[in-house]
Design a binder for this molecule. Sequence first.
Ligand code: PLP
Length: 397
Amino acid sequence: MMHTVIANRTDMPADTALLPVYDQLPLTPVRGQGVWLWDADGRRVLDLWGGHAVAVLGHAHPLLLAALSNQASTLMFQSNALPLPIRDEAATRLVAFAPDGLDRVFFVNSGAEANENALLLALRATGRGRVVALEGAFHGRSAAAAAVSWGKHRQAFPQAPFGVTFVPRGDAAALEAALDGDVAALIVEPVQGVAGAFELGRDYLLAARELTRRTGALLVFDEVQSGMGRTGHPFAAQLYGVTPDLLTVAKGIAGGFPAGAVLATEEVTAGVGVGVLGSTFGGGPLACAMIIATLEAIVHGDLLERVREVSSYLRSVCRVGPVIDVQGEGLLVGLRTSVPAKEVVAFLLGRGILAGGSADPHVVRLLPPLVLRREHVDLLVDALRQMPLPQTLLVEP
Ligand code: PLP
């Protein structure tokens, strides 16, 4: 069957059945290994995008391959209606990885689904009807997650399923004013990902913790992008020393297999019984095997230490060519550029380096596998140096 040719799209086959909802880059990878991708012509590309923060262990990691094939040949799927030891093990290991006090787990399949359920739990636990969210936030595309996302996303549905108040990010006084007795939860990405790796900082997050505690609102950390070791700590919560009441995780949790989870305190989940939450695929055995393998590789390797080391190196050498500043935490990196980020991303891809954009037109975002090394950063720096710039924008190396 022939499909309509999509206007202005040279990167997709003319007869694709796919909806043209993604602005795609001109690279069709057919294979990946570690931090590298190859296309069908054998062209090798350094992957600093990591499948949008999913490939935390890089591509084709042997632990993930073994976990997937062992589990697939043992028990590929069973629902939550049947108890599975592997599901319990994945939950126990995730709790051990998370900040102290987040002792309860509900498994889902994606970041939006994790946030949807976290908000449901917060509204239910408090009996209140309003959520406070931050300008610049992105929490997903489903109804509740979109309602607390900034910009066009929150207008995607005709109305929000609960009251939402947006506050300017980083402004503790505005937050204090918004947190009245009707607010069930404040939802925050400790480092805003889609916004361009914008870090809210310890002081603001500590203030958010204190203010929510004082007003009886629950604090939800969306760590879909900042979690699973990306900041050089298990979660940004541990980096900043701020423990929320609920924490959501997805993307890299299973190293590339679709999975997500909501973590919560005993207090928040008291009274949550049969039928309150549900998901057919959430906590399936393949996902759980991949979650266990991912956690195993992070906890028992020196990965977190390496993230801290390589990310601090990256920050010390990347202010070259079009890059005027570096923001974010660990390997959730925003390169602020003097020219439009789109031009930098296109130039880098032409030099064999895959990077991404953000909601900020002057921030190139890097979400590389956590196995990145200094030599890969050097390749990025060399490429950035080679980018021709308008004479007035040249930055001294
Ligand atoms: N939360 C954050 C911080 C994200 O960055 C994303 C996706 O980019 C989501 C939630 C939504 O995750 P998913 O696309 O898995 O639904």
